[in-house]
Design a protein around this ligand. Structure first.
Ligand code: SF4
Length: 244
């Protein structure tokens, strides 16, 4: 059974809303990840469903020790219906590999489950979800965390970090440290979003951010499952290279 209250183990900023009639609170949604995914497919709790192709629910093992949380699905994820399958997902996969973590051992999801975008010609440009949309989607994240019960929640980027740790949290000063829970819930580690690494101003900045992302994943993995093998020599060699 899902545990009650505070699955992110954090501050007041963690407290979700969404109202008592939110579909994530329906008993039918709370029995398993598959049940939650099925109910979430029909979620209309905020306006974002209207212009997106489909709900992109979290994916991964039912009791993954590592839970990776991004902002929202992107264009590819929206079309394919899976989280982190676009360019950012490819980079995240390499970073996990370099950190000694098999991607299929981690649960991956987003703060918001529908793609928010604005048109630019024929392209759909990512738009950051606002506070109301993040609040509306919060019961789904809380349910995912209730069901998966990870050891560590990795917060990828500023939106996920602010959603869980509060708006005062600064990624620049706070990333890479293990934040232990005050009560129930996972430890938390904030780090760069893979998209931010891809958008770095030049190759040197990209390489530095990528190395930080990998180092933070190593930190998170060590806290989540101390017995994991960690990065191998080839991975370390790649880490000292570029983000590719
Ligand atoms: S973004 Fe979240 S709350 Fe809004 S419609 Fe989609 S699943 Fe529901």
């Amino acid at each position: 059974m899902p545990r009650s209250g505070g699955p992110t183990g954090g501050t007041q900023a963690d407290v979700g809303s969404g109202g008592v009639d939110h579909p994530a609170l329906l008993p039918d949604a709370r029995t398993s990840l598959e049940a939650a995914r099925t109910v979430a497919a029909g979620c209309t709790a905020c306006d974002l469903f209207a212009r997106a192709t489909q709900t992109v629910f979290g994916e991964g093992p039912g009791h993954a020790p590592l839970f990776l949380l991004g902002e929202q699905p992107g264009d590819r994820e929206d079309v394919e219906g899976h989280p982190f399958v676009g360019p950012a997902g490819e980079l995240l996969g390499r970073a996990l590999d370099d950190a000694g973590v098999r991607r299929e051992e981690a649960f991956v999801s987003n703060v918001v489950k529908h793609f928010k975008w604005k048109p630019q010609g024929k392209r759909r440009l990512h738009e950051r979800p606002n506070a109301a949309e993040i609040r509306a989607c919060r019961p789904w994240l809380d349910l995912e965390l209730d069901l998966v019960r990870p050891e560590v929640l990795v917060l990828l980027g500023a939106t996920a970090s602010a959603a869980v740790l509060g708006p005062a949290f600064r990624l620049t000063s706070g990333r890479g440290s293990v934040i232990e829970p005050d009560g129930v819930g996972p430890a938390r580690v904030a780090t760069f979003h893979p998209s931010a690494v891809l958008r770095a101003r030049d190759a040197e900045a990209r390489s530095t951010m990528y190395a930080s992302l990998v180092a933070d994943l190593v930190t998170a993995a060590a806290r989540a499952a101390p017995g994991l093998p960690g990065p191998g020599p080839s991975a370390v060699a790649r880490r000292s290279g570029s983000a590719r």
